[in-house]
Design a protein around this ligand. Structure first.
Ligand code: RIB
Length: 308
């Protein structure tokens, strides 16, 4: 019998090549860096690992190639006890890759190649229908083909799960889709793509969140760059705390946030508590180079919350 999952993640799985240098290169420029890492990544795989490290029972639905990079992605997920039965293998297309560049302030830029992620179809998601039954939260993103994302939302809703959308990469979305989302968590650029509001400060972040609620989402967490995140839902609003830690690499911080939020929702925690926990997880994820390597365990998050 298939177990009931706290979190089912439907999303991308990659191998990340991370290089750190003094600054991000300008177009046409070559720079010498001082650190390199090759590791499993991709928003979906990161979020699955993030949720598992926080103690959730997690299944992932995604697609990798039949290559050695795909093997490495599978091993990384299995080592965190993520159910990978529905991480399908594509014998014709290589595993997706991401080239991540990080500067000495921890800022990042990423160029990815979709590879097998582009062949995650709605049928692949339907094949995984068993893991959606009884699932508490379905966490998905826009980085996979749209039909696969829609099917994940449909199956999640029909099984009674709450739907968390990490709307990366930023794209405009129609209201019918937004109305099916329980919590959406855009960063600054994604919020701008979704709403058209140019986020410059707390007020404009709030305006973007208000627009998302008017268009049907039940709750929105919108980043106001370095000014924190506003969490808005139908009955309230809070600004989530910022945890002042020295950043090494922002890669994976958004994934830490989304997965922590999903875990708390699966546990039935109220939104403000879930948001605070997710903020702490994201802050910790900025203190380590790389994405999956930086995702914190529950004890570290609780310790940061207790000491801040
Ligand atoms: O969110 C971080 C992830 O984005 C990286 O692991 C990389 O694979 C890109 O998809």
């Amino acid at each position: 019998m298939t177990p009931v999952y706290d979190v089912v993640v439907v999303g991308k799985a990659n191998i990340d090549y991370v290089a750190r240098g003094p600054r991000l290169p300008a177009p046409g420029e070559g720079l010498t860096g001082d650190a390199f890492q090759e590791a499993a990544g991709g928003k979906g795989a990161n979020q699955a690992v993030g949720a598992a490290r926080l103690g959730a029972r997690v299944a992932i639905v995604g697609r990798v190639g039949g290559d050695a990079r795909g093997d490495a992605v599978v091993r990384a997920l299995q080592s965190e006890r993520v159910d990978v039965r529905h991480l399908s293998r594509d014998r014709e297309t290589p595993t997706g890759v991401a080239l991540c560049q990080v500067d000495e302030l921890g800022r990042k830029q990423i160029l990815s190649s979709m590879g097998a992620n582009a062949r995650l179809s709605a049928a692949c998601v339907r094949d995984a229908a068993e893991v959606f039954r009884g699932a508490r939260v379905v966490l998905t993103q826009l980085g996979i083909p749209r039909d696969a994302c829609l099917e994940a939302i449909r199956l999640g809703r029909s099984g009674g799960a709450r739907i968390v959308l990490d709307p990366a990469p930023g794209l405009p979305l129609e209201d019918e889709l937004l109305a099916q989302i329980d919590v959406v968590r855009p960063n600054v650029l994604e919020a701008q793509a979704l709403t058209g509001v140019r986020i410059r400060d707390r007020q404009t972040a709030r305006e973007a969140a208000q627009q998302l609620l008017r268009r049907g989402v039940k709750a929105a967490v919108v980043q106001a760059a370095n000014l924190g995140d506003v969490l808005l839902w139908r009955d309230g609003e809070v600004w989530l705390p910022r945890f002042e830690l020295t950043p090494i690499d922002a890669t994976g911080a958004g994934d830490a946030f989304s997965s922590a939020l999903a875990v708390c929702l699966a546990e039935g925690k109220p939104l403000p508590e879930a948001g605070r926990f997710a903020s702490a997880a994201a802050a910790l994820a900025t203190t380590v180079l790389g994405a999956q390597s930086s995702l914190p365990r529950r004890a570290a998050v609780l310790q940061l919350l207790a000491t801040s």
